[in-house]
Write a protein that binds this ligand. Structure first.
Ligand SMILES: [Fe+2]
Ligand SMILES: [Fe+2]
Length: 181
C-alpha cells in the first residue's frame, strides 16, 4: 500500500484477518498523525492553543500513547523474533536498529507528550521551541523507521509466517487491545 499523508484510514482492530493488515493500517495512521503533529506545531506558533489546537493535541496524544505503543509491542512480539532467529546478518542488524528506534521514539515521546497534554488541557506553560525541535526529530525518525520496516522487514517476516500464524497474530493483537479497554 502506498503511503499517503492527506487522508485518514479507517481502522477496526476488532476484525483483523491478518496481523500484517493491522500493522500496515497502523503505519498509514501514523503517517497521517505525524502530519497532524507538524500542523499543530505550526498552528501553535501562529494562533496559540485555540480550541482547534487543543482538540488536535488531544487526538495526537491519544494516538501516540496507545495505538502507537501497541503497534511497537505487536512488532516486538510477532515480527522481530523470526528475523532475529533467521541467521541472516542483514536482517538481524536491521531488527536491532528498529528495536533501538522503538526505545528512542519512546524517549522522544516521553519528552514531548507532557507539553502536548498541556496544550490539550488549555494550559500555556508548554515550551514551543522544545516542541518544534522535538517534533522534527520524532517525525524524521518515525518516517525512516517505517520505511525500513516496509521495505525489508515486513516482506521478510511475511514470507516466514504461515497464513495460520498471521491469523493467530491478528487475534492476539486484537485481544490485547480489548483487554486494555
Ligand atoms: Fe517499529
Ligand atoms: Fe511499525
Amino acid at each position: 500500500m502506498k503511503s499517503t499523508a492527506d487522508e485518514p484510514v479507517p481502522f477496526d482492530p476488532a476484525t483483523p484477518d491478518d496481523g500484517f493488515d493491522v500493522l500496515d493500517v497502523c503505519h498509514r495512521q501514523t503517517i497521517f498523525t505525524l502530519g497532524k503533529l507538524a500542523a499543530l506545531v505550526s498552528a501553535l506558533k501562529s494562533r496559540g492553543p485555540d480550541a482547534e489546537a487543543r482538540a488536535l493535541a488531544a487526538d495526537i496524544v491519544r494516538f501516540f500513547s496507545t495505538t502507537s505503543r501497541d503497534h511497537h509491542e505487536d512488532e516486538e512480539r510477532h515480527v522481530f523474533p523470526k528475523l532475529l532467529a533467521s541467521g541472516k546478518p542483514e536482517l538481524v542488524q536491521a531488527v536491532q536498529t528498529l528495536q533501538q528506534d522503538h526505545g528512542w521514539l519512546e524517549e522522544d515521546w516521553l519528552e514531548l507528550s507532557p507539553h502536548l497534554e498541556a496544550v490539550a488541557a488549555g494550559q500555556s506553560w508548554y515550551d514551543h521551541d522544545l516542541l518544534r525541535e522535538g517534533v522534527d526529530v520524532f517525525i524524521a525518525l518515525s518516517h525512516e523507521h517505517i520505511a525500513l520496516e516496509e521495505s525489508l522487514i515486513y516482506p521478510e517476516a511475511r514470507m516466514r509466517l504461515r497464513v495460520s500464524e498471521r491469523g493467530e497474530m491478528g487475534r492476539e493483537m486484537s485481544a490485547r487491545r480489548r483487554a486494555r479497554e
